[in-house]
Design a protein. Structure first.
Length: 81
């Protein structure tokens, strides 16, 4: 799941990169899966194989793809724009 900050309507050059991406673990605790922030983690989706995660950072109008970790506690890797 994603989150956003209060600057999400200010445009691509305003605000702070303090939103993140998280997942719910098997123990029902949330895990941060990205070690840096974005403006608005939005439109999160996966292809059928579940190996990639796509999401849009809405204010900057950028869609990112990452390799998705299948192991609990793993971090996203291989960022692509």
């Amino acid at each position: 799941f994603g989150m956003y900050n209060n600057y999400h309507r200010a445009g691509s050059s305003e605000g702070e990169n303090n939103a993140g991406l998280f997942r719910l673990g098997a123990n029902l605790q949330y895990e941060k899966i990205l070690d840096y922030g974005f403006r608005v983690s939005n439109c999160i989706c996966f292809p059928a194989d579940g190996k990639t995660i796509y999401f849009c950072d809405t204010p900057t109008r950028k869609v990112y793809a990452f390799d998705y970790p299948t192991n609990e506690g793993g971090q996203l890797s291989n960022r692509r724009l």
